[in-house]
Structure formats: C-alpha cells, structure tokens
Design a protein around this ligand. Structure first.
Ligand code: BGP
Length: 468
C-alpha cells in the first residue's frame, strides 16, 4: 500500500527552537528569552538567542527542505516578533519575515502549516499573569487576527496552540517552563481553561473571515495503558486518560469538559473560574474544528501510586518526559517496563502505542480528521567518517509510518505526518545534544548544515509514497 495522494509528508519546527535573532528587527522579549537565562532552568544554560539561526538562514533551510521533497513545513510564528509587547503595535519587520518564509515555501510548492503559539509568550503578558489572566485571551485573539489578515491569503492550515498540557503543567505544576510556578493546581486548571477558550474564540473568528482554510489545535498524544490486568492499575490508567487526554480533547472536540474530572475538581476546589457564556462558546465552536493535531512520542505505562502524596522536589531532569513520576494528585505513576524499548532519554519507543491510541480516539471522537504534527527520535547521532549515520532515526520513523498506514487501513481519518524535526534545533530542556533533525547543524563550524542519512531516506519515502 502507498500513502494516499492527499496525505501530506511533512516535518516541523518551532520559532524559539530554530530562529535565534532574539532581539533583532524589533522583536519583543518572550517569556523564554527571560526564563532560559535563569541559572539551572535549561540544560547547561543553553538558550535560543541564536538557536540554529534560521532567521537569517531560512532560504538555505527551505531550499534543503525542497531538495528533500518535503510536501509541507510546520513552523510556528513568534508572537513577540509580530506584536512585541503582546497587545500593542504590530512590528512590520516581523510580518515581513514570515511573509518571506511563507513565500519561500510556496516557491517550492511546500505547504506552510502554521502554529500560532508554540510557547513563546510576550514577556509583558507573562508578567501580567500569562495564561491565568483572561486578558491574555483577548491579546491572543488580536494576534491571531493580525496573522490571519497578513498571511491567510497564502496559509491555509492553522494550528492555534501546541501542547497545552506541556506549557500549562510545566508552567504551573513542576515549574520547568515559564512562569516557573510549582504545585499551583488551581492556576494550572485555570490556564488550561483559558487556553481552550482562546482556541474556541480564534476558531470562531477564523471561520468568520471566510478564508477557506482549515484550523485546529495540536495536543500531546500520550494514551495511558495499565501495566497489567490488576483492577487498581486499570483504574489508574483510566484516571490518567481522563486528566491528560479527555480534559484536553473533550473541550475542543465535544465542546464540554469530562464530568469525571469536573466533579473531582469541584470537590477539591480546583475548578477554574468560568462563566456560562464561556462554556457556551466552547460548546458552539466544537464542530468548527477542522482537525486535531497529535504530537505522539510515547504512550504512558501507568500503575496505581501507593506512596503518600508529598511535595516532591521538582527538577529540570524530572520534567523531561521520561516515565517515573507520580501524577500531581498522587493517584498514579508512570513507570518503565522491562519488556519495552527506550531512547537514550528514557522515552518509550512504541509504534503499537500510536495505533492503539488512535483506536481509542476514534471510539471517543469518531472520524475527526487527524494530522500527526510531531513524531521523531531524539538521539545523539553517530558520525562516521564525516557522515551522519542516523540509522536509529530511520528505523523509528519507518516503524511509526507503518503504524500510520495500518491506521489508515482500519479507517482512521489520518491526513498527514510531520516528523519532528526538520532540522536539528534547541530542545527546550535538553539543549542541542538531543538531535531530531533530517538536517544536521554543526555547532563547531559556523552552524553549517549537512544532510543526514535520514534526509535521503525520507526523500525516497516521499517519492515512493511509502511503498514497501
Ligand atoms: C514537544 C514539543 C517540541 C519538541 C519535542 C521534543 O513536546 O512540541 O517543541 O521539543 O516535544 O521534545 P524534547 O526536545 O524535550 O525531546
């Protein structure tokens, strides 16, 4: 079987992780510009001030993407580059930069797939409460509108937010992302609600513009599975799915919150402040979503947590995504299992988990259109005689594409696959050592680009549409 003609083969990046030029051409300061300079917050103090200098090298990078035969490039717009202080003046140089990127993609027939928010919030808004402040929703609406009006004639695929679960939980529960707040459960849930509301409003606004493109949101997709058949552990996995999947997917796709979680939040005093009118907005916008984007790296292997809930010490290492942590409410914990395979950073490699998870989604949300908006292997790539021989990455993506094919065969409405990442870039908490790209960046030699083995392999996959 070949992948259907309308299935998009893509690869992704995010502004803060590739652009650099953090204070050039009128760009405002982002929360990450500030946070990454606080000692101990990032790996060895790495930050995105220069990143891989995509801001100055986008032409060279997009040319390489074209050479690879990439059909679509998922990238994000930096909000503070467009509106430096969050809700004030628009920066013409910022508009110009993304016009250039978009036009460069189109020149080669590469479809731009644009994320509006991949975590770099204007610092001024962060200081005013960030996503816990409802004023941020208004500012986001305006920023999105500026983007639609400036680029919507050429951009036909929009993602509002990338991975709300990550920036909200790491921002307000573990403190590993800005604003670096620890164990504030009330704020965590408030931030999630505000994000869903901002998403719903922006979807409504987009539809009113009649630009005839598509819009959706990208969520982490980490379906939880019980480690065994023990009822306690099965319950723990259900609980994890309620909090990490249903809480995020239901308000978007069903327009309402899962009652299991709502009831518990009520009891514990963690329910976000919301109005009837806001809940109505969620309800009315649900069927306007054109797709859901899934970032799939690994499933969760879950068991009941028998240890008492203690205020645990939060470290950067504990927030980097490897299993082994108790949930914030102490109900379950994620564990590593002997019979599973893991990356060097402890992330499980499980193409089966993707397929099983997609089945779960279909059961709950029906035939919603799906893009895999991120999937890939973080590795320290082997260099042999000057060549980057990233065979483990090829194997990883090959297996996950196989799972995608299976999914299509069983009737999942899957329309595209975006490898993370198109080029080596900054990992938020792991610096530059954790590589994901098809294109290598030499940090010892002027950030020069070099094609990895996977570059040629992915080109072949795209050319043959994955025929085996
Ligand atoms: C996702 C983010 C990406 C990217 C990826 C890999 O959560 O959307 O921006 O960072 O994970 O993560 P890491 O760099 O931690 O390995």
């Amino acid at each position: 079987m070949r992948f259907p003609k309308d299935f998009l083969f893509g690869a992704a990046s995010a502004a803060y992780q590739v652009e650099g030029a953090w204070n050039e051409d009128g760009k405002g300061v982002s929360n990450w510009d500030v946070f990454s300079k606080i000692p101990g917050k990032t790996f060895n103090g790495t930050n995105g001030d220069v990143a891989v200098d995509h801001y100055h090298r986008y032409k060279e990078d997009i040319k390489l993407m074209a050479e690879m035969g990439l059909e679509s490039y998922r990238f994000s717009i930096s909000w503070p580059r467009i509106i430096p202080n969050g809700d004030g003046e628009v920066n013409p140089k910022g508009i110009e930069f993304y016009n250039n990127v978009i036009n460069e993609c189109l020149k080669y027939g590469i479809v731009p797939f644009v994320t509006l928010y991949h975590w770099d919030l204007p610092q001024v808004l962060e200081e005013n409460g960030g996503w816990t402040n409802k004023k941020t929703i208004d500012a986001f609406e305006r920023y999105a509108q500026v983007c639609f009006e400036s680029f919507g004639d050429r951009v036909k695929h929009w993602i509002t937010f990338n991975e709300a679960v990550v920036f909200c939980s790491l921002g307000y529960l573990t403190g590993a992302h800005p604003p670096g707040i620890v164990n504030d459960v009330k704020k965590y849930f408030q931030a999630t609600h505000n994000v869903f509301l901002a998403h719903a409003k922006v979807v409504n606004n987009y539809k009113k513009l009649k630009q005839y493109g598509e819009i959706g949101i990208t969520h982490v997709f980490a379906p939880a599975f019980s480690v065994d058949n023990e009822p306690d552990n099965i319950f723990a996995a259900k609980h994890a799915n309620e909090y990490n999947t249903n809480w995020y997917y239901d308000p978007v796709l069903k327009g309402e919150y899962p009652s299991y979680v709502v009831n518990q939040l009520k009891e514990k005093g963690w329910l976000p402040d919301w109005t009837e009118e806001e809940l109505e907005i969620l309800k009315n916008s649900a069927d306007k979503n054109d797709f859901i984007g899934l970032n799939y790296y690994q499933p969760g292997r879950v068991m009941k947590n028998y240890e008492p809930v203690v205020e645990c010490e939060h470290t950067r290492e504990k927030s980097t995504g490897a299993p082994g942590n108790a949930s914030f409410d102490g109900v379950y914990k994620t564990v590593m299992m002997e019979d599973k395979k893991y990356t060097k950073w402890g992330w499980e490699i499980s193409p089966e988990g993707l397929l099983d998870g997609l089945r779960m989604l279909k059961e709950r949300y029906g035939d919603v259109k799906i893009y895999i908006t991120e999937n890939g292997l973080g590795d320290e790539d082997p260099i042999i005689e000057g060549e980057i021989v990233d065979i483990p990455r090829i194997k990883y993506i090959e297996e996950h594409l196989k799972a995608c094919k299976e999914a299509i065969k069983i009737g999942i409405n899957l329309k595209g696959y975006y490898a993370w990442s198109v080029i080596d870039l900054l990992s938020w908490l792991n610096g530059y050592k954790k590589q994901y790209g098809f294109i290598y960046v030499d940090h010892n030699d002027n950030l020069n680009r070099k094609k990895k083995l996977s570059f040629h392999w992915y080109k072949h996959i795209i050319e043959t549409r994955g025929e085996e």
